[in-house]
Design a protein around this ligand. Structure first.
Ligand code: FES
Length: 305
């Protein structure tokens, strides 16, 4: 990155620092288009290094049904915060060293899961995620230097590096919170149909109006639905993808192990249309599915499962 570009990015981020509220800094990062070139280059590199498959699904948290990056951050945050407390007490050098080493070990899977999730986010989320990663990466480097200084017997230097690392960690962690709670990265975006659709059967459409083998969009009250006719059968899922609300009815239909699946057009999450279960991430949560039946007069009815 050339100097002028780096200066523009920094000016874009630093401008709101004159204001008091940190969320304004986070919002400024969201809108900073100067970050897009490195974001694009890094996302492409991550997508090439981490192709779709079992490892990427594991990093997203598909096998456990939740994103795993956020819970893993407890490891370095917990270990390094505890080390900071011990650093204020006499005679705790060895325990502090162990905690810092444990935090560094925990930072590895935390970073890998974060990178996998980051590669499949919206542009604004990726901008914040990049600065979040720079903050937490800086913290890791400072803690590694702190550990090295302590091992060499330079305890005061080690403590100073540790407290500086903790500051970088909290700054990066604040942006992680902004990503999760303000920008809803990692949250489930599929409608919670249990409270939006009353129990029981609901008329949806006529069977003759559904193209065979081609998904279409319908609405049921407040809910957008993905509707797929397969000969005499009809499959219905919530249309907004659990990952970041992409429109599933615009997705590609594929077969995985003989199951008919839909691939989200935005980041490629793949769901079985029979029950909404996840085949491939980044989505980790099952897509809400509906029971269906066809009445004698050809009316298709649905009810929440
Ligand atoms: S919105 Fe991201 S995979 Fe569907």
């Amino acid at each position: 990155m050339n100097r002028g570009r780096a200066a523009r990015i920094f000016r874009g981020i630093a401008q709101p620092m004159r204001r008091a509220h940190p969320v304004e800094l986070a919002e400024r990062i969201e809108l900073n288009g100067g970050l897009d070139r490195p974001v694009r280059a890094l996302s492409e590199a991550v997508r090439e290094a981490l192709p779709r498959g079992p490892l990427k699904n594991l990093l997203h948290g598909v096998p456990v049904g939740h994103p795993v990056h956020a819970p893993l951050t407890d490891l370095p945050i917990g270990a390094w915060s505890s080390a900071a407390v011990l650093d204020l007490l006499p005679g705790t050098e060895k325990a502090s060293r162990v905690l810092i080493a444990a935090g560094l070990a925990g930072a590895v899977p935390t970073a890998l899961t974060g990178i996998a999730d980051w590669s499949a986010l919206h542009r604004e989320q990726q901008r914040v995620g990049l600065i979040h990663a720079i903050g937490t990466g800086t913290a890791s480097i400072l803690y590694a230097a702190s550990l090295l200084a302590r091992v060499r017997g330079h305890h005061l230097t080690g403590k100073a590096l540790g407290f500086t690392g903790l500051t970088a960690l909290f700054a990066g962690g604040y942006l992680g919170g902004h990503l999760a709670f303000r920008q809803a990265a990692g949250a489930n975006h599929a409608e919670s149909i249990a409270h939006l659709v009353p129990l029981g059967w609901h008329d949806l459409c006529q069977m003759e109006d559904l193209p065979n083998g081609w998904p279409v969009h319908h609405t049921l009250g407040y809910i957008d639905l993905f509707v797929l006719r397969l000969d005499d059968d009809v499959r219905v899922l919530a249309d907004r993808c659990a990952h970041l609300a992409g429109p599933l009815h615009q997705g590609r239909m594929v077969r995985v192990d003989d199951d008919v699946c839909v691939v989200c057009p935005w980041h490629g999450s793949t769901f079985r249309v029979a029950d909404g279960s996840v085949v491939d991430g980044p989505a980790t949560g099952r897509q809400p599915a509906f029971d269906t039946r066809v009445l004698e007069n050809g009316t298709v009815q649905v009810r929440p499962i």
